[in-house]
Design a binder for this molecule. Structure first.
Ligand code: RB5
Length: 144
């Protein structure tokens, strides 16, 4: 199960991604917003908590730049949110960082690229090995 959320700047992009997930038969839960203006940290918290609770394995957060969402989500223990606007980053943040939330900016990239990044992010596994040690060190920073 994927958790997806956005602020008012990215409603159209979220709808395009949800339509694609529907076509692919990928289950998701939409946490809004679907109309009303909202503050992106509230949506980031809602999506992040779906992951930390174990209800969802990964999340997608969308705002104007993707940056505010990532800043907010990364404040929550257990979240590794990555802003991506290219295929290489979407692939390697899964392979090396075990990112669990993909953030994208609706004012930065188009729906076609965002859908490609979504597919890459959702289909790429974590490489583990030496990268597990590094991810563990990220987790340890939560207590620093
Ligand atoms: C909203 O105008 C905008 O600030 C927000 O979508 C996002 O880009 C913040 O990082």
């Amino acid at each position: 199960m994927i958790a997806i959320g956005c602020d008012h700047a990215a409603i159209d992009l979220k709808q395009a991604i949800m339509a694609h997930l529907d076509e692919q038969g990928i289950a998701y839960t939409n946490l809004g917003t679907d109309g009303d203006p909202c503050d992106y940290p509230d949506m980031a918290k809602a999506v992040a908590e779906k992951i930390t609770s174990g209800e969802c394995e990964k999340g997608i957060l969308l705002c104007g730049t993707g940056i505010g969402m990532s800043m907010a989500a990364n404040k929550i223990k257990g979240i590794r949110a990555a802003v991506c606007s290219d295929e290489f980053s979407a692939k390697y943040t899964r392979l090396h960082n075990d990112a669990n939330i993909l953030c994208m900016g609706a004012r930065v990239i188009g729906a076609g690229l965002a859908i490609e990044l979504t597919d890459i992010f959702l289909s790429t596994g974590f490489e583990g090995g030496r990268h597990q040690r590094r991810v563990d060190k990220i987790t340890a920073l939560e207590e620093a």
